[in-house]
Write a protein that binds this ligand. Sequence first.
Ligand SMILES: [Zn+2]
Length: 60
Amino acid sequence: MQLKCPTCAKELEVAEDHPSRPFCSNRCKMADLGKWLDGEFVISRPMTVQEAIESDYDDA
Ligand SMILES: [Zn+2]
């Protein structure tokens, strides 16, 4: 089975039970996971006190 590694775009042949599939290696797998986690932290940044106060006024 021919796949393209999502991290480094290297074409690779991996078995159905390859542990890092669809990545060419565990390193590429972890690099992709790291990208995801970075994005999560940007989105779920904690609310500031000022934002909490303003959202309270919106509800009233
Ligand atoms: Zn790779």
